[in-house]
Ligand binder design. Structure first.
Ligand SMILES: Nc1ncnc2c1ncn2[C@@H]1O[C@H](COP(=O)(O)OP(=O)(O)OP(=O)(O)O)[C@@H](O)[C@H]1O
Length: 198
């Protein structure tokens, strides 16, 4: 489950989040919209434990970090690993079989790029690899920041289908997005405005 209760966060004296409450249950896909600068990324950072609220509480936060997958806007792919190695990394760290990696790359239309390094593919192709890496372990919570921002319609459709399936398989999924195609598959659409979720 993903949860925020009474969350406040200010940066340099400017209050960005002012009493945010939200809850995403297992099996639910919820999208978070709101104007640029409204605090979507700041909220996701608190929920996954990258940052800490000034007051209020969050889940999963740092305590159950291993069960929570994050797809940050900056992607965070390791530049010295190929796309396939990047996607396999969470499985290797967990001591698990990496057999499903190529299938996941194929589902996202980047099967032929697995041997390339992030610097040798487009940003949209990197974004799909980062999405594959986020979901490859079957996390119980997934936080994704603008996962379709750099994708064409066909690639976005594959990404959205995968995100929906991750939720249908039991994960709690929260996605910050401006894209209607993502909102279209959501169980609920939340709006962050004036520091609060509506
Ligand atoms: N670490 C930080 N230090 C200072 N200010 C910050 C920090 N993180 C976020 N902010 C500020 O908080 C506000 C919200 O930023 P955030 O990135 O969360 O917006 P967003 O809704 O994700 O925007 P976008 O849709 O453009 O990605 C912005 O005004 C930003 O400048």
């Amino acid at each position: 489950m993903i949860r925020a209760a009474g969350v406040h966060r200010a940066f340099g004296g400017v209050s960005v989040l002012r009493g945010v409450d939200l809850a995403v249950s297992s099996g639910e896909l919820v999208t978070l919209s709101g104007p640029s600068g409204s605090g979507k990324t700041a909220l996701l950072s608190l929920l996954c434990g990258f940052d800490f609220p000034d007051s209020g509480s969050v889940l999963p936060g740092l305590a159950s970090w291993s069960a929570c997958a994050v797809l940050p806007q900056s992607l965070g792919l390791a530049s010295e690993l190929t796309l396939e190695e990047n996607v396999a990394l969470p499985l290797r760290l967990a001591g698990r079989d990496v057999a499903g990696v190529r299938e996941l790359l194929a589902e996202l239309g980047i099967a032929g790029l697995g041997a390339r390094y992030p610097g040798q593919v487009s940003f949209g192709q990197q974004q799909r690899a980062a999405l594959a890496r986020a979901v490859v372990t079957g996390p119980s919570a997934l936080l994704a920041d603008e996962p379709t921002a750099h994708l064409d319609a066909t690639s976005a459709e594959a990404a959205v289908g995968l995100l929906r399936r991750v939720a249908d398989e039991g994960a709690a999924v929260l996605i910050a997005t401006h894209h209607d195609a993502v909102h279209a598959v959501a169980d609920r659409v939340l709006v962050l405005a004036d520091g609060q979720v509506r």
